[in-house]
Design a binder for this molecule. Structure first.
Ligand SMILES: [Cu+2]
Length: 161
């Protein structure tokens, strides 16, 4: 069937290109986009990972845990404002809901994966292997590029920035 060969080859190459895209992964209904990791510097004992988590399925999922060889512990954190107006981080019991057909952002100043007790310095250009645990999708591993230069994300409608 010589006619079908070129299209099959195209599909195969497309899949390889998707896998090779740093900071992205597709696992079942879960798609991770634009993941990146950062810390406050080479001597930092902790770091954080941000990403967009999409759920392309028709069933709600939940991110319930994370682990990485880059740190002793990975926790699901959010920022909350205390009584004095000071932003503090705390662990989120039960993790983050990823709605069916929707997405959940992990972003600076909001929800994030916290890495505590880094096993080595997070250097620009490096990569952190992160395994996320989802209730439905199970374990999803993404190779996360370290990006110390990325600025916090601006809202898209903020055209004057
Ligand atoms: Cu944190």
């Amino acid at each position: 069937m010589p006619k079908s060969t070129p299209s099959l080859r195209g599909v195969f190459l497309g899949a390889v290109a998707t896998l090779a895209l740093a900071g992205s992964v597709l696992a079942g209904d879960i798609k991770i986009n634009e993941a990146y990791a950062r810390s406050s510097g080479a001597k930092a004992k902790s770091g954080a990972i941000f990403m967009e988590i999409m759920n392309t399925g028709d069933k709600a999922d939940q991110l319930i845990g994370a682990s990485t060889p880059a740190a002793k512990k990975a926790e699901l954190h959010t920022h909350i404002e205390d009584a004095n107006g000071i932003m503090k981080m705390r662990e989120v019991e039960g993790g983050f809901a990823i709605p069916a057909g929707g997405m959940h952002m992990l972003a600076r100043g909001g929800d994030h994966v916290m890495l505590m007790g880094l096993t080595g310095a997070m250097l620009q250009g490096g990569t952190v292997e992160l395994t996320l645990q989802f209730e439905q999708a199970g374990e999803v591993t993404v190779m996360v590029p370290v990006d110390l230069e990325r600025k916090p994300m601006k809202h898209k409608h903020n055209a004057d920035n």
